[in-house]
Structure formats: C-alpha cells, structure tokens
Write a protein that binds this ligand. Structure first.
Ligand code: 13P
Length: 342
C-alpha cells in the first residue's frame, strides 16, 4: 500500500457519521467483561459473542472499522466465513490490536511501558494477509500529583512511534492510543496538563520517526475530572477543555481523532462526543472507538444465551446509532428512548 492508499484507508475509517467498535479485548479483559454477567470465558463463547456483534444487520451504517484481537481475527462465523471476510463483505474494515500489553516500566514508581515491538514486522505481515488494514497500540499513563513522569511519557511515545512506522511500512494504518487513565481524584485542569504533555511527546516522536501524519489516526482519552473527584466538570467544560487541548497539541493533518470511552457511562461517552461536535467544524473528524460504551448494554442483554442474540444485537445497534448521531452533534438524550429495530 502506497501513501495514497494509507490516506484513503485512514479517511474511510473516519467517514462522517462512522466510528469504530473496539472488540479487541485480550483474554484477561474479556473474562473481566463476562464475569459480571455470569458467563464463563470459553473460546466458543467468545467467538459466539463476537459473531453476535459482527452480524448485527445495519450496524455498518455507523461502524467503519472493528478492532480485533489475535484470537478473533483467526475465528469464523458459524457458517464458516472468517470474521475479517464477514466484516469486509459489509464494508467494515477489519483491524488488529498488536501491542502485547502494558508491563511495569523498569526503575519507575509503578508506571507502565507497552510491549510488543519484538517481531512486530513479521506479525504485521501475517495480519495483513489475514485481512487487517489498520492496527492499534495502547499506552497507559496514571495521574497522581507527581505522575506520569517524563520518562514514562517519552518511553511510551517512542514505542508508539516505532509501532506506527512499522505499520505504515507494512501498508497498515496505525491507530496510536495514548490513554491517560481518568481514575483518581484529579481536577480536569490536571487531566488537561497531563494529556497535553503526552500528546506533545507523541507527535514529536511520530515526526522524528518519519510517520506520515495523514495516514495515522489518534485514539485518545477525553479530558475529564478524575472519576472520584469531589467536584466533577460539566459536559460543556469537558467539551471545551478537550477541544482546547487537542487544538493546541494535535496537528490538523491528522485525519481523525477517535475517542476511547475509558470507563465513562454509555450515555456520558455519547453526550461528551456530541457536545464537542456541536461546536464544530473542526480540523479533524471527531468520532468514537468505544469498547465498553458500545458493548456493555449488548453484553447484559445477551447474558451468554443464544436465544438473546437479537436482544444483544438491538442493544449494540442502538448505541452505534447514538454515537453516530454524536459525530454530527445531532444526538439528544430523548433519542435513547426511541425504539430501534435491529
Ligand atoms: P473503552 O472504550 O472501553 O475504553 O475501550 C477502548 C479500547 O480500545 C481500549 O484500548
């Protein structure tokens, strides 16, 4: 894939009104999602759950790409169609999580570095053969009064850029995901400060490592007060500070910013995205790449029972539709009550 093909894929991934389904939960994370609904995490249950999501009729109106996990990209629907082929047949672009998780950062005080660079060139080639046209790599940073350290910020930025360069060389659009975790009691101003430092380091490293910014997407956190803060910022403040932060630190050449939901409630994740887009137009598309905020209602409705497949699909379709509306700033909470046929 030459540069123009990378650009076209990146643009298609952030087509107006469309966003990502992040269905790339690792073995440990999907178990954490299944445990509260009393579903044992077997390979067949994971496959069947993903099949429910991927075969939801009409979801492709709102979903441009699906992020898969290594196990899932090798699985198939009940009729034998490999998942990447099934998604592509609906016009949905398959992608793959390629990082191997956040591990303790040496000589640091509880911070993490994301691993997965060793052998990545070969893995990317294999994933492209399996149908992946984009990839994802997530780094995480915790906020305290002292953290994150410059060391953690720059080490992760360097790794994110190495990953992104390898992706582009392989003809795969990289999604760079620097997630500043919003747990804790910090103020929204502190979140703004940390997110700014993280984004500055990331775009410096991407530039230095020759990554084509027109062919890479950003998947960041929103700028929020800590979930346990006593006085939490309003939706308008979240929209204003998040936008101000991104206008200052993200190049206009970036085709799209696709937010993670990061533990916000389904409706908060939608309403905050909507509030930002209501203030548009912006230099980049502002969309979603939600895991929990697209799946939690569907998981509950499904409950691991094949007879609840359609109920799970209706719940997923509804959230995809709400988030699509948020991409154009036309979402309203009353739409949550509209009955939607899947
Ligand atoms: P959440 O939307 O649940 O934060 O997940 C997005 C994701 O892909 C995390 O890496």
């Amino acid at each position: 894939m030459g540069h123009s093909e990378l650009h076209e894929t990146a643009k298609a991934l952030v087509a107006p009104g469309k966003g990502f389904l992040a269905a790339d939960e690792s073995g440990g994370t999907i178990k954490k999602r299944f445990d509260p609904i009393g579903v044992e995490s077997t390979e067949e249950r994971r496959r069947s759950y993903r099949e429910m999501l991927f075969t939801t009729a009409g979801a492709e109106e709102y979903i441009s790409g699906v992020i898969l996990f290594d196990e899932t990209i090798r699985q198939s629907a009940s009729d034998g169609t490999p998942f990447p082929e099934l998604l592509a047949s609906k016009g949905v672009i398959p992608g793959i999580k390629v990082d191997q998780g956040a591990k303790p950062l040496a000589l640091s005080d509880g911070e993490t570095i994301t691993e997965g660079l060793d052998g990545l060139r070969g893995r990317l080639e294999e994933y492209r053969g399996l149908g992946a046209r984009f990839a994802k790599w997530r780094a995480t940073y915790s906020i305290t009064d002292e953290l994150p350290s410059d060391y953690c910020i720059w080490a992760n930025a360097h790794a994110l850029a190495r990953y992104a360069a390898l992706c582009q060389e392989a003809g795969i659009v990289p999604i760079v995901e620097p997630e500043v975790l919003q747990d804790g009691t910090h103020t929204i101003e502190r979140s703004d400060h940390v997110t700014s430092r993280v984004l500055d380091a990331l775009y410096t490293e991407l530039y230095d490592q020759r990554v084509d910014i027109f062919g890479a997407l950003l998947k960041p956190n929103m700028v929020l007060s800590g979930y346990d803060a006593s006085d939490r910022a309003s939706q308008q403040e979240v929209a204003d500070l998040t936008l101000r932060c991104f206008y200052k630190h993200v190049p206009a050449a970036v085709p799209g910013i696709v937010f993670l939901s990061g533990g916000q409630s389904d409706e908060d994740a939608t309403a905050n995205l909507n509030a930002m887009n209501a203030k548009g137009p912006h230099p980049w598309e502002l969309s979603f790449s939600y895991g929990r905020a697209l799946q939690s209602a569907a998981l509950k409705a499904w409950g691991g029972k094949p007879e609840n497949f359609e109920a799970g699909q209706r719940a997923y379709y509804h959230r995809a539709k709400m988030n699509s509306a948020a991409c154009s700033g036309t979402y309203a909470p009353r739409m949550e009550r509209e009955v939607v046929a899947a």
